[in-house]
Design a protein around this ligand. Structure first.
Ligand code: M6R
Length: 627
């Protein structure tokens, strides 16, 4: 199978009653100076959280500990660390994100209580109970659950780290990845996890752990996912694993393809631009192993034809961008297969009393594979007897593990919070899945399958044509910088495409943007169109074109300033537009590929020209594991 290994394992993050935290953790023990190494790795984890950061280092000879932490970014921590010239070779670090409350130097990790230094990802639900049970109030300085865990560990610590860890985790309710240093054990870092991931790697220079393999840098060519409830010891020259009875445990090593992580942002100012530009290659890679001898073949994914043939209904559970990919799939399923298909926000799924049974095929779509709403919806559907295929970017993630079958997208690591290449590779996987369904259900014969695949094969090149004209889209973006509100209008597939386009613009430019089914405007929303309201329209579907143009004229006559992204062989008649961008032509249903590239670039340039942090928009994190 030629599907590349996925790179980063995401995690369940932490939430408490008063704060919701998503965090990244790292640890290193080896021959190299640890401070810069940890800081560099934490920067790679900042997509998980960036409101505070900290590290604790220990001198292996003297056992002397240095603890530095602050509210702010890793770059702020770097300034604090720059004053320190002492070299340590063993340390742990943390980067944290809180959506409300709790951003302070004191709440930043690591936490120290007595002999224990601790960084933590996860949620310890019973931390208040633990405070009372162990009468810890006097030991605590912060408001975090993490410090409570450190205090419990310290209570149990009598010189035997394993015993303290074992006793502590018995009391913990919730999810956690704990990385611990004991001040009298200067040569070892300890870790244990439940759900929240820890990955680890080693090479000749030392050993390293992180909450995501992307942060392991160029440490090694292989990594392990640390099994749950296993105590890990990170020594300078080896990693040891023990179960809770102290029996040694082995973990499988997984190959790392470092090509894209080593390059960082490359020549681009932001990961988002790099990731937009990577799409043609990512699409080809996602397609490559699934087209054998000119036919769609999902056998490398292990997806059996029977479930595609026998299912009576299809249902997507997903969130955000992934859900928008599901909407495109719905259009395909209904038009190609003549089957009804539901696409649900995963967070609403359970409350909609969905009609699910053993004849239902559930598609769980997720870049990270860790989105808790999607995971819970998938579990719910499986309990009702549904068969499931997950479309996932991150290998070994929770949703991938929960699903009956997995189609991995081959997008590579997506670091920018705004999803781009994950979305279009999800589309590619879904087009292939629907194509195979059409074949096994006898709807496609060899000739129609070939025509479908011929079009799909062109998608990367058509996207490339748009990417090559990025400067033209940049010009269009400049006209939108002062907008407070914007609309995106279209029908059918155009509407689905625009829902994703609007999400992109909202999340990174902070312009309030609504994607609207253009035929629905006149039922209320058109009241919001006034002089110069920016409106973006896509016109890519032959059967909808005339109606879409008429809806455009409706908003123009109310003074809207309309930018049109139009399929190049469509005639726009004589109307005047603020701008027109011609999208390279494909069969209608494939137009989502070039159109999405254009809308991604539009959002990107608006955000960049507004001087915003494109990759790390406010209030958002890449992996959303709170309900
Ligand atoms: O990892 P997932 O694909 O499950 O994430 C789902 C959404 O949180 C995600 O697509 C989100 O909407 C993106 N920030 C959009 O750019």
């Amino acid at each position: 199978m030629t599907v590349k290994e996925r790179y980063f394992i995401s995690q369940k993050d932490c939430h408490k009653r008063e704060e919701i935290i998503m965090c990244g953790i790292v640890g290193y023990n080896g021959k190299n100076s640890v401070t810069d190494l940890l800081l560099d790795s934490l920067e790679l984890l900042e997509y998980r959280g960036y409101d505070s950061a900290g590290l604790a280092t220990m001198n292996a000879n003297t056992g002397k500990v240095k603890l530095r932490k602050c509210a702010g970014r890793v770059k702020d921590l770097r300034k604090i660390c720059a004053k320190d010239k002492k070299i340590s070779t063993c340390g742990i670090g943390h980067t944290r994100w809180a959506t409300h409350g709790g951003v302070s130097d004191l709440n930043a990790h690591p936490h120290r209580v007595g002999d224990v230094l601790l960084v933590h990802n996860g949620i310890v639900e019973n931390y208040e109970e633990l405070k009372d049970h162990f009468m810890l109030h006097k030991d605590l300085k912060s408001q975090t659950d993490t410090e409570v865990v450190a205090a419990v560990l310290n209570r149990f610590y009598q010189g035997d780290p394993h015993e303290a860890i074992r006793k502590t985790v018995k009391y913990l309710k919730g999810t956690f990845a704990l990385v611990i240093m004991f001040t009298d054990q200067p040569d070892v870092i300890y870790a244990i996890r439940n759900v929240s991931p820890i990955v680890a790697a080693y090479n000749d220079n030392g050993t390293m752990l992180a909450s995501d393999v992307v942060a392991l840098g160029a440490t090694a060519d292989k990594y392990m996912v640390v099994p749950e409830y296993v105590i890990m010891e990170l020594h300078k020259d080896e990693i040891k694993l023990f179960d809770l009875n102290d029996k040694p445990v082995e973990a499988d090593m997984i190959d790392i393809d470092w090509d894209t992580t080593r390059g960082g942002k490359g020549k681009y100012p932001f990961y988002m631009e790099k990731e937009i530009m990577e799409q043609p290659d990512a699409l080809r890679a996602t397609m490559q192993s699934r087209v054998v001898n000119g036919k769609i073949d999902l056998s490398a994914d292990g997806v059996p034809d029977e479930i595609l043939k026998d299912c009576e209904r299809v249902c997507v559970v997903a969130c955000g961008t992934a859900m928008h990919a599901g909407l495109v799939a719905k259009a395909l399923v209904q038009s190609k297969l003549g089957m009804h298909m539901n696409v649900e926000y995963a967070s609403e799924f359970m409350y909609s009393d969905p009609v699910i049974d053993e004849k239902t095929l559930v598609l769980a779509i997720s870049q990270s594979g860790e989105t808790i709403d999607t995971l819970e919806a998938l579990k719910y559907a499986r309990k009702k007897g549904a068969k499931s295929v997950a479309v996932i970017n991150v290998k070994g993630s929770s949703i991938a593990r929960e699903s009956d079958y997995v189609m991995y997208t081959v997008a590579g690591p997506e670091i920018a919070v705004a999803s781009t290449k994950a979305y279009t590779t999800q589309l590619m996987a879904l087009f292939l899945l629907v194509g195979r369904m059409a074949k096994v259900r006898g709807i496609f014969d060899d000739a129609t399958e070939k025509a479908y695949l011929d079009s799909l094969t062109k998608a990367p090149d058509k996207m490339q044509e748009v990417l090559d004209q990025k400067h033209d889209i940049h010009k269009i973006a400049r006209e939108m910088l002062d907008a407070k509100d914007a609309f995106m209008i279209g029908r059918g597939l155009d509407y689905s495409i625009l829902l994703e386009g609007a999400l992109k613009l909202k999340e990174i430019s902070y312009i309030h943007t609504e994607a609207y089914a253009s035929g629905e405007l006149k039922h209320g929303t058109i009241a919001l169109i006034t002089e110069n309201t920016p409106v973006v329209a896509t016109v890519t579907q032959s059967k909808l074109k005339e109606k879409e143009l008429s809806n455009i004229r409706e908003v123009q006559s109310r003074g809207a300033s309309v930018v049109v992204f139009v399929k190049e062989d469509f005639d726009l008649a004589d109307a005047e537009y603020a701008d027109v961008f011609e999208l390279p032509a494909m069969e209608d249903e494939f137009m989502v590929f070039p159109a999405s590239a254009a809308l991604q670039l539009l959002a990107y340039y608006v955000s960049m020209d507004k001087g915003l942090d494109v990759d790390k928009p406010r209030n958002l994190a890449k992996v959303v594991t709170v309900e």
